[in-house]
Design a protein around this ligand. Structure first.
Ligand SMILES: [Zn+2]
Length: 101
């Protein structure tokens, strides 16, 4: 009796609490964390893998914007070789037109 009680209620409750606090650390809203916790409590086998799956997906999405601006920031000028940011009409260093190459 005691063993099954622990298995059915205490373990899911502890895991649900962990999921709730973990979701708050990973940028989920209070309601989202609560829903994940409730799902994990009632259907641990189904919702715990789902939670990890969506959390990892979310991590990958968060990483992408930090990487994006880097490649286009330093293109060397065709005339003077100085790097310039963005896509200007003329070179900010030597004034040559960059559009008629
Ligand atoms: Zn130049």
């Amino acid at each position: 009796m005691g063993f099954f009680f622990i298995l059915l209620y205490v373990v899911p409750l502890i895991v649900a609490l962990w999921v709730f606090f973990d979701s708050q650390k990973h940028g989920y809203t209070f309601m989202q964390g609560l829903l994940w916790a409730i799902g994990v409590f009632f259907l641990l086998i189904v919702f715990l893998p789902l939670y990890f799956y969506y959390r990892n997906k979310r991590k990958q999405l968060v990483k992408v914007p930090g990487r994006a601006p880097a490649p286009s920031s330093a293109i060397p000028c065709f005339y003077c070789g100085q790097p310039y940011p963005g896509d200007p009409k003329t070179c900010p260093h030597c004034g040559q037109s960059l559009k008629n190459q």
